[in-house]
Write a protein that binds this ligand. Structure first.
Ligand code: KG4
Ligand code: ZN
Length: 341
């Protein structure tokens, strides 16, 4: 059978990325240009600056992805691009670029949901993994417990009622003076802290066992810091980081593994930037082992934003004949297929 080569393009937030993937699973190149250094100065992602940087970098990133894969545009079968959810200006750069390439090279264009891409990151290193499976999606903007019924088709079982897990990491990191990007900095600081030093609430949503709430946890951290500053107590940044991380990990593990057991699912898939957190991966692996559930997670580089996951998701739409037309536009709050907003 002839190989299928898909170029994936990703620009939904602060990484400009392009990748070539063969037959939906084999990554031939995975180029990521991160804007962390730029946004660090401002303590978070500045949307206008993100769009401008994407424009500056996208051509080089795509050229590099093609050359590292040893292919030219004429070797490709399709171009897949993230068209939501994300920052509208940032998304538009990738969408306009993908349309221009597809038009000029006479290639089919496939629009990809970024969150679906995160889940598909798991298909790269687990060649036998096929839907249906249960997945926990934990990114900067989303926290979903879902069942991927088929490629691109989801049933949402639970979601966050307020902040996303990654957002909570970012806000707490800022509050304790660690800055942007929050998740990796909290993880690093937590290695030197005591996870039992402070008992933060575990954020349950009454009557909705599969839903999440992280804003109470974040407020508890802020209250702890205020109280300490009023009473003159010293705050050990490492202990706050470790205790907060332990609370988040506890909630994510108990909800996801609890749902798997309750629903009789024997495969659990992790996805999104927070899935790169070592403490979460270890605790999840241990809980899944106890319950006889097979756990899947991408390597850290495929957890955070990248274009290989977009090319993989695009592949499965492409082989089913799904195409975008030239009216493809950025959709900042794009839902997953099967998700009701
Ligand atoms: O999936 P992602 O790269 O982008 C979005 O689609 O949002 O996720 C970014 C989020 C950020 O909130 C970041 O703080 C968090 O993932 N994150 C982490 C870690 N690495 C990234 N959170 C906890 N521990 C980490 N090691
Ligand atoms: Zn993402």
């Amino acid at each position: 059978m002839k190989d299928i080569l898909v170029l994936g393009i990703e620009s939904s937030c602060d990484e400009t990325a392009a990748s070539v993937v063969r037959n939906g699973r084999e990554v031939l190149s995975n180029v990521i240009s991160s804007q962390i250094a730029l946004h660090t100065q401002y303590g978070g992602v500045v949307p206008e600056l993100a769009s401008r940087k994407h424009i500056e970098n996208i051509n080089t990133v795509i050229e590099q992805a093609l050359s590292e894969a040893g292919v030219t545009l004429s070797d490709l079968d399709a171009v897949g691009v993230t068209y939501g959810p994300g920052l509208v200006g940032a998304l538009l750069v990738g969408v306009a670029e993908a349309k221009a390439i597809a038009y000029a090279a006479k290639l089919p264009l496939v629009g990809v949901n970024h969150i679906e891409g995160h889940v598909c990151a798991n298909l790269i290193e687990h060649p036998d993994l096929e839907p249906p499976f249960l997945c926990l999606i934990v990114s900067g903007g989303h926290t979903h417990l879902a069942r991927m019924r088929d490629y691109g088709d989801f049933e949402i079982l639970g979601r966050t009622r307020d902040d996303a897990a990654g957002e909570a990491f970012d806000k707490v990191a800022r509050a304790i003076g660690l800055g942007y990007p929050g998740g990796p900095k909290i993880e690093k600081a937590a290695e030197r802290g005591n996870p039992h030093a402070i008992e933060f609430p575990r954020g349950k949503v009454d009557g909705s066992p599969h839903d999440f709430s992280f804003s109470g946890m974040k407020s508890a951290v802020l209250n702890y810091l205020n109280h300490a500053s009023m009473t003159g107590e010293t705050v050990r940044q490492e202990d706050v980081a470790a205790s907060f991380q332990a609370a988040v990990v506890d909630v994510l593990v108990s909800r996801a593994v609890g749902a798997a057991v309750e629903l009789g699912q024997d495969k659990l898939v992790l996805a999104g930037g927070v899935a790169s957190n070592g403490a979460l991966r270890r605790a999840m692996a241990e809980a899944c082992r106890r319950e006889g559930i097979t756990l899947y997670s991408p390597s850290p580089v495929y957890c955070t934003d990248n274009a290989a996951m977009i090319a993989v998701a695009a592949h499965y739409h492409y082989i089913r004949g799904e195409r975008a037309d030239w009216s493809l536009n950025a959709v900042p709050n794009l839902p997953l297929k099967g998700e009701m907003l």
